[in-house]
Design a protein around this ligand. Structure first.
Ligand SMILES: [Zn+2]
Length: 57
């Protein structure tokens, strides 16, 4: 997923302009199967309006 170029849609707000995206850095990465917190961190993109998570780097 390329957050810089792909159109994003928030399920609460509809289409989200890239100006309306907030980036939260250094979020602990989760293992998708066990949900254990991994050793690394990642960046998460959230809607600035309602804080809905739109994507993960
Ligand atoms: Zn939203």
């Amino acid at each position: 997923m390329r957050i810089e170029t792909d159109p994003l849609v928030c399920e609460n707000c509809g289409e989200v302009r890239h100006d309306d995206i907030e980036t939260i850095t250094d979020v602990p990465q989760l293992d998708p199967e066990t949900y254990a917190v991994g050793p690394g961190t990642t960046d998460v993109y959230v809607c600035a309006g309602c804080k809905n998570v739109l994507g993960v780097k």
